[in-house]
Write a protein that binds this ligand. Sequence first.
Ligand code: SF4
Length: 73
Amino acid sequence: MADSVRWLRIDFDKCIKAGECYYNHPELFRRTDSGYPALRIRRAATPAQFREAQEAMEVCPSRAISYEDDSTD
Ligand code: SF4
C-alpha cells in the first residue's frame, strides 16, 4: 500500500478546529482564516506523506481526517 496514491479527506462535520493537524503537520495542512484546516496537498504519494498523514489521523481528536476510500464513518 505504501507505494500507491491515496486521497486525503477532512470531514468538516467532525472537525472541531483543534488545530493538531496544521500545527503538527504543516506539510499537509494549513490553517484557514476560519480556523478550519485545508489540505496543502490532495493526495499522499510518498513515504513521508504517508507517515505524516497517518500521524495526523492519529492525533486528530475528532477523527476527522481519513483517506477518501476508507469507510470508517
Ligand atoms: S486535528 Fe482534526 S479536529 Fe483539529 S483542525 Fe485538524 S481535522 Fe480539525
